[in-house]
Ligand binder design. Structure first.
Ligand SMILES: NC(=O)c1ccc[n+]([C@@H]2O[C@H](COP(=O)([O-])OP(=O)(O)OC[C@H]3O[C@@H](n4cnc5c(N)ncnc54)[C@H](O)[C@@H]3O)[C@@H](O)[C@H]2O)c1
Ligand SMILES: N[C@@H](CC=O)C(=O)O
Length: 493
């Protein structure tokens, strides 16, 4: 059974790039297979575009830009709201595509479709609030102020772990601001991006405004980064690739936004119920099989409740079901590919060789080659890879600590600074940790922290800029200052 047969609307399954409102094949005839990570089945093929075709997407965006920016904000809002409605109406098909190409359980995929649509709704409205300022004049007979204008063509490069929401969080902000976009999705998960393009077209987003290019990632990114007509680059992915792209954008001096890796500490204070905190930590660690930038990578537990916490964590972890995300009752799908499985094994071996204790995690139970059974390690120390690297696998590492100053130092002992979790009810401890943690986002007594109204983003090597919230649209706006001189007494004050 092919992917399109599993959809109510088979036209949502596209195997071409989308440029200037046209479904486009590779001029060079190159193509790549896209594989279901749970089964190894080939789901379809995508074209590997030539550099000239990627430049063609820039040409199309350049042509379409003047008419799109000239629309009133409320007119762009209408198109975005129509896109949102189509995302919601096609939720089941979009979730099916996502589970098949990414592997996450179907209920999680449905949740991501809703999460992705929520950014479209949010930015549809935010586009109407891109206010400039009136500046009290220091120049005689003049009126001063600012106007917000779209920055121009934006290139959006996105990862495979959230194949839909990482696109809409960027694209909706850019489109609302009046910018055309060129999306380069991860090659592992292109079909969600192409379904988004199909629905954008149906929503009345004009040709050339929403483009999807596909191909060899370094080749395509080089073209987009070097292009002087591309004014902004927004990237979500690993810190390693983020650094490369930042360098590549230097020559054309682009606006660069980077949403990079995380290595979140999950801090458990001495005053909380260990069972409650353990349930929260399991939820924060294992979403998307641990392949989440917000995954609780280093679980730091006060020594007074450490043993009880470990016992509750292990019990909850044992109840997780690993399997094909299309099957019901599955909590953890596969990892994205076999290299991810190899890396997870290596991280576990490294920890054990350096003195960690393997409490649970028997890989002989894995239901297929890309699956990795959840692992619990205790006695994790900063020497270990599981502490230093962004793990991106269902491997939980627990470390005991003795006081607040020590745990702040431990939590900050990483190059990353995306998100941190704190579990405690002591208000003085909450404030101390909130201020002491070098992270862009700190969530206290809640696993859920994201959503459209919040400024999502990290400090240190977790990124530059913010997505979502009031700040998200600013990444796609320029501030134009004006001085209207010679106004005489009409200038006012
Ligand atoms: N901060 C956030 O909001 C956030 C959200 C989701 C994922 N992430 C991060 O994304 C990473 C996982 O995603 P991934 O494995 O797809 O990341 P990745 O960096 O390997 O790939 C991201 C994108 O860059 C492209 N790419 C890969 N190599 C490239 C190269 N040499 N030159 C140019 N482009 C290249 C990929 O095709 C993909 O489109 C993790 O580090 C995770 O933390 C961060
Ligand atoms: N869970 C994150 C994506 C990170 O991988 C989000 O909510 O944006």
């Amino acid at each position: 059974m092919t992917l399109s047969n599993k959809l109510s609307d088979p036209r949502l399954f596209r195997q071409h790039a989308y440029i200037d409102g046209k479904w486009t094949y590779s001029d060079g005839g190159r193509e790549e297979a896209v594989v279901n990570p749970a089964t190894g089945e080939v789901l379809g093929h995508i074209p590997w575009l030539e550099a000239e075709q990627v430049r063609g997407a820039v040409d199309a965006a350049e042509r379409a830009f003047p008419a799109w920016r000239a629309l009133r904000a409320d007119e762009r809002c209408e198109r975005l709201l129509a896109w949102n409605e189509l995302l919601q109406a096609n939720r089941e098909d979009l979730a099916t595509i996502m589970t098949l190409e990414q592997g996450k359980p179907l209920p999680d995929a449905r949740g991501e479709v809703e999460y992705g649509a929520s950014f479209v709704r949010w930015f549809a409205e935010e586009g109407k609030r891109t206010f400039g300022e009136t500046i009290p004049s220091h120049i005689p007979n003049a009126a001063l102020g600012t106007i917000k204008e779209p920055v121009g063509i934006a290139a959006l490069i996105t990862p495979w772990n959230f194949p839909l929401a990482m696109i809409t969080r960027k694209a909706a902000a850019a489109l609302a601001a009046g910018c055309p976009v060129i999306v380069k999705p991860a090659s592992e998960t292109p079909f969600s991006a192409l379904a988004l393009a199909e629905l954008a077209e149906r929503a009345g987003i004009p040709a050339g405004i929403f483009n999807v290019v596909l191909g060899d990632a370094p080749e395509v990114s080089k073209v987009l980064c070097a292009e002087e007509r591309v004014m902004a680059l927004s990237f979500t992915g690993s810190t390693r690739v983020g650094r490369l792209l930042l360098e590549q954008c230097a020559n054309s001096v682009k606006r660069v936004s980077l949403e990079l890796g995380g290595n979140a500490p999950f801090i458990v204070g001495p005053d909380v119920d260990p069972k409650e905190a353990a349930l929260a930590a399991v939820a924060a660690k294992f979403q998307t099989s641990g392949q989440d930038c917000l995954a609780a990578d280093r679980i730091l537990v006060h020594e007074s409740i450490h043993d009880e916490f470990v016992e509750c964590f292990a019990e909850r972890m044992a109840a997780l079901t690993v399997g094909n995300g299309m099957e019901s009752e599955v909590d953890l799908g596969p990892l994205i590919h076999s290299q991810a499985v190899d890396k997870a094994s290596q991280i576990v071996d490294d920890a054990i060789s350096k003195g960690a204790t393997l409490v649970a995690g028997d890989q002989s139970q894995a239901p297929g080659p890309n699956f990795f059974m959840p692992v619990l390690l205790t006695g994790v120390t900063p020497k270990m890879q599981v502490w230093r690297d962004e793990c991106f696998a269902p491997v939980a590492g627990i470390t005991a600590y003795s006081d607040d100053d020590e745990v702040i130092e431990m939590a900050n002992d990483t190059e990353y600074g995306l998100a941190a979790y704190v579990y405690t009810h002591d208000i003085r401890r909450i404030w101390k940790l909130l201020r002491g943690l070098e992270y862009g986002m700190v969530s206290v007594n809640s696993v859920k922290m994201t959503g459209p109204p919040i400024p999502f983003g990290g400090v240190k090597q977790s990124g530059l800029g913010r997505e979502g919230g009031v700040a998200g649209i600013e990444e796609y706006l320029e501030t134009k200052y004006y001085c209207l001189g010679g106004l005489g007494s009409a200038s006012g004050s």
